[in-house]
Design a protein around this ligand. Structure first.
Ligand SMILES: Cc1cc2nc3c(=O)[nH]c(=O)nc-3n(C[C@H](O)[C@H](O)[C@H](O)COP(=O)(O)OP(=O)(O)OC[C@H]3O[C@@H](n4cnc5c(N)ncnc54)[C@H](O)[C@@H]3O)c2cc1C
Length: 479
């Protein structure tokens, strides 16, 4: 028989201690959504089923005990750390879910500058880890825009990627080993070694699981030397995105590894570069970092390649350094954004996809053409590429629209329609519907097409590790 809400709270109090169980109504409302439902949230409108409680885990044993309880009584569990999710990963779609919050598991356990790796609990904010690392002359190399708030468990669980990814990779390239707890309470530890060839790489069952397979409790990531004195920017304005993609491609294919490689179209660039770019300018920019000789060679090589494109006009690099220094989002920007949404009733959102070099510009153009024709109340639509690889790149679509419907209809009327256009155009040309931010619940309508015949593997993983479907129902796999 299903447990009543009161009984769930009592059980939780026995498992983690009453002081670690939150049942305040307002907090439960806020815990039923993430930034996918931001418009409803700022208007104080909550339409999702409320969780029974938020359990604040303080140890791996707490996590294991809560999962065991949930598994026994078939209660949905939504894992949570920094609460910066954008795709509905934190949304509680089942009444009386348990939100299992790891933000109080916030100890940096070890910074090992000899073996160049750091071990942390899941609730350590990346900024806190990075700040400590820098005092030792090392860096994680991980710098998503949400770095001031996002925490290590969520960063691993969403397969996050940072602004220096072209050099350091995404989090999947950084995680050495980890500890994770599965639905039945089994605690597993994947050891920290530089590489091994002992069958499948099981780190990837954990990385990117979005709380749908297991709970990440501890992570070990690589470290790199921190040499900010050598950071060097170069940039150009140009009139054509197609030319920009080709210049980016040539830089990547030639083997250069700048830490930042970005291409902005005019509508997106207007939010960032109005100090030096005209209204119809695209902006192509790079940053190189690391040992001085590597930086020099990287910048020389990029300049030689981009110099082959007469459309590209150099810009003063000081503008780029100043712009980049203010790119991250902390609590102040989040608070400003909420105020602005209330005042203007305009939403600014993003959808990020990836594709090979042959397809990316066509996806970009086709999606924008359709968005402008099909989406009501659209004020701005554009995008940038911010993560490049030898075989392709991403496109980070940005769009702003005036909300002309009640708050509870905003997601379906605008966001879902925009995602539909972008995902359809991406899939048509063989790209991936999620480059970062995760699937959450927002992009599950496209998961079967995204995976194709390999959906078999995904589905079997879910059935094997979460046979009672208690782990973040409706996330990655549709409910
Ligand atoms: C302003 C802003 C900028 C952003 N910039 C970037 C960016 O540059 N790059 C990028 O990749 N993302 C970015 N994001 C998205 C977001 O920050 C990332 O997805 C981040 O990794 C989420 O971490 P979190 O600690 O906030 O996780 P949460 O928001 O708490 O959770 C995110 C997801 O992970 C699951 N989860 C959380 N903790 C655990 C755990 N311990 N074990 C298992 N599952 C867990 C949750 O159930 C949820 O599905 C941005 C978001 C915002 C708001």
């Amino acid at each position: 028989m299903a447990l009543s809400r009161t009984a769930i709270v009592e059980h939780l109090a026995r498992v983690v201690g009453a002081e670690n169980v939150v049942t305040d109504e307002q907090e439960l409302q806020r815990s039923s959504v993430d930034r996918l439902h931001l418009y409803e949230d700022v208007h104080g409108v909550y339409t999702q089923p409320l969780p029974a409680a938020v359990a604040m885990a303080r140890s791996t044993q707490h996590v294991a005990d809560v999962l065991q309880l949930a598994n026994t009584h078939r209660l949905n569990v939504v894992a949570r750390t920094g609460r910066t999710a954008t795709e509905g990963g934190l949304q509680t779609i089942v009444p009386d879910s348990i939100v299992l919050d790891g933000s109080r598991m916030d100890r940096v356990l070890r910074i090992d500058t000899y073996n160049m790796q750091a071990t942390v609990q899941c609730g350590v904010p990346l900024q806190a880890l990075e700040d400590q690392c820098r005092t030792h002359g090392v860096t994680t190399g991980h710098s998503p825009q949400s770095k001031p708030i996002a925490q290590m468990g969520g960063l691993v669980a969403t397969r996050s990627i940072g602004q220096f990814s072209t050099l350091y990779g995404g989090i999947e390239d950084m995680v050495v080993g980890c500890e994770a707890v599965f639905a039945d309470g089994t605690v597993t530890r994947i050891k920290n070694v530089p590489r091994r060839a002992v069958g499948p790489d099981i780190r990837h069952v954990v990385i990117g699981n979005e709380g749908a397979l297991c709970y990440v409790t501890e992570v070990t990531v690589k470290l790199f030397p921190y040499l900010p004195q050598n950071d060097t920017f170069v940039g150009w304005t140009l009139k054509s995105m197609r030319t920009g993609f080709e210049a980016l491609r040539q830089v990547m294919v030639a083997g250069y590894r700048p830490s930042v490689a970005r291409l902005y179209d005019p509508p997106d660039g207007a939010f960032h570069f109005s100090r030096f770019a005209a209204g119809d300018d695209c902006v192509l920019l790079f940053m190189a970092e690391g040992p001085a000789g590597v930086v020099r060679a990287t910048i020389d090589g990029i300049q030689e390649i981009v110099g082959r494109f007469p459309d590209c006009k150099p810009v003063d690099a000081r503008h780029l350094a100043a712009w980049f220094a203010d790119l991250n989002w902390g609590p102040d920007k989040i608070a400003n954004e909420r105020r602005e949404i209330l005042e203007t009733r305009t939403m600014g959102r993003t959808t990020e996809i990836s594709a090979d070099w042959s397809s990316i510009c066509d996806i970009y153009e086709n999606a924008l053409r359709r968005l402008r024709a099909e989406v009501p109340d659209l004020k701005v639509a554009g995008g940038h590429s911010s993560h490049s690889y030898v075989n392709g790149t991403n496109m980070y679509f940005i769009y702003h629209y005036d909300v002309k419907c009640p708050p509870e209809q905003e997601v379906t009327r605008y966001r879902r329609e925009i995602n539909r256009v972008i995902c359809e155009e991406t899939l048509k040309l063989g790209g991936s519907v999620v480059h970062h931010h995760g699937m959450g619940k927002a992009r599950t309508p496209w998961v079967r097409e995204e995976y194709g015949s390999s959906y078999y593997i995904l589905e079997k993983l879910k059935r094997a590790f979460d046979p009672n479907d208690i782990m973040n129902k409706g996330t990655i796999l549709p409910d």
